[in-house]
Write a protein that binds this ligand. Sequence first.
Ligand code: HEC
Ligand code: HEC
Ligand code: HEC
Length: 433
Amino acid sequence: MRRLSALPSLALGALVLGCAVMARQTPEDAGMLTWTSRALPEARGDFRVLPDGRREAIRYKGWPTRDFSAFRTYDYDDPRPEPVVERVTMPAGLKGDPTKGRALFLDRAKGPCSGCHLVPGADVWPAGNVGPDLSTLGDRGLPDPYLYQLVWDPRVVFPDTAMPPWGRNGVFTSEEVAHLLAYLQTLRGPLPPETDPDRNPLTRKKPVGFGDNLDPTNNPAVLLAEDAQAPWEQKGPAGRACADCHPGGPERAMRSVATRYPKHVRIYGRVMSLEDFLEAHGPETTGRPYPAESADNLTMTMRIKMASNGLAVALDTSSPEARAAIARGRATFYRKVGARNHSCADCHTSDKGAKKFLGGRLLADVSDGLTRHFPTWRTDRGEVWDLRKRFQWCMTPLGTNMLAADAVEYAELELYLTTFDRGKPLNVPGIRH
Ligand code: HEC
Ligand code: HEC
Ligand code: HEC
């Protein structure tokens, strides 16, 4: 149960009576209301208890199901602060093995450290450069206790670092940290000449685009969006179709609507993306369900957004509700969460990871605008993802329990991100790796 938003029955009443009633709803009414997720079960961030008593996350097919509830999330009701910085002294007599350390450095199930740091070796692929090149770190003669602390909890040295507190949050044990630093101390110059420019993230070619995103022979999502035509025209169980109340076809009836989302919707008392609005408004008016992350919701969202392609994003950023929500969304963007203690900002702002490689992936920069091409076709998944699934995914491998796709926290985060796209044309559906 979430605090914000509307009882379905009240909202339905308002709609049946028409807009006049909607306009009379006060924020006070709205503030008393609660939001229950209408998302697909696997999109809600729920858990099931296994026969052995362990909790397992209910997630999309193929996603990791480990429970990370020991760590902070984006939930506005999660009062836990960022874990305190942990000063440690290296246990006496602990001696690391450089060979084990190298394997741990490259272990994808653990870090990998190489996702952010280059080290020598033709097998080091793909290395990233969010952190400094460590290829000759050993030459600096840094003392073991210093390096031990640095890997255990780097915030002692770099207070706002993008590097996770590996030991503090239990990703690596103290023996493993000792192995890692034994390896780091072996990294000495001079380096052999680089044979493959792609190995080094500084000289690696940047990925090129994916071609015309609105060409249906190039982007399967364009054709998928046409699936929304039938539910638009056909009457749902409640006896009405979208077309009955919104005449003229989606192109005309929905022209420019998407440029104003996410927005604060008075009758639901919360900020909503188009997806959020549809999952409430669709069943209330037609009787047909549009749960967040369902094919019906995604295709209808694309159809409606496509009616605004070429039009500039025109958010409300000045009403008191919008201003407060943008401030909360911004705080979420900078909030450190999960086992890796990462914030979105660690990977998507230019003073941190943006425009650098995380492993093989070039990180997008929030200030360039990340929202106008969503929902987007993901070539490596063969699926359409809306922004919410992207938010859920970005933090899942990093050890954070996701929220429901229609959580207000994500809506306000999406609103904040969308402010960077103001004045720029919508271009949906996108296509990305
Ligand atoms: C998400 C990116 C990221 C990952 C993953 C990461 N680091 Fe870092 N690391 C950084 C950044 C960024 C810095 C530079 C400190 C700063 O300015 O925040 C850094 C600094 C360091 C330094 C100090 C370098 C110097 O020049 O003083 C060492 C050593 C180091 N990391 C080791 C590791 C090890 C070992 C791992 C794996 C257990 C690891 N890092 C994983 C981002 C990362
Ligand atoms: C019973 C009539 C009715 C039906 C059926 C209906 N709507 Fe609506 N819809 C409304 C009213 C009334 C509003 C609010 C007034 C407005 O913004 O035009 C609205 C608003 C909207 C909005 C938001 C417009 C904005 O500017 O924020 C969207 C999007 C929308 N409807 C889509 C749909 C879709 C998709 C369907 C079919 C699943 C549908 N509607 C079915 C009556 C209806
Ligand atoms: C450890 C790094 C990391 C963190 C933390 C992270 N992301 Fe990402 N994100 C990625 C990678 C990798 C990609 C794929 C490459 C790209 O497009 O940036 C990506 C892609 C995205 C995209 C798609 C960009 C596009 O143009 O299609 C969005 C939007 C996004 N992230 C938002 C977020 C938000 C919001 C958060 C916080 C909830 C977050 N990310 C946290 C690594 C991260």
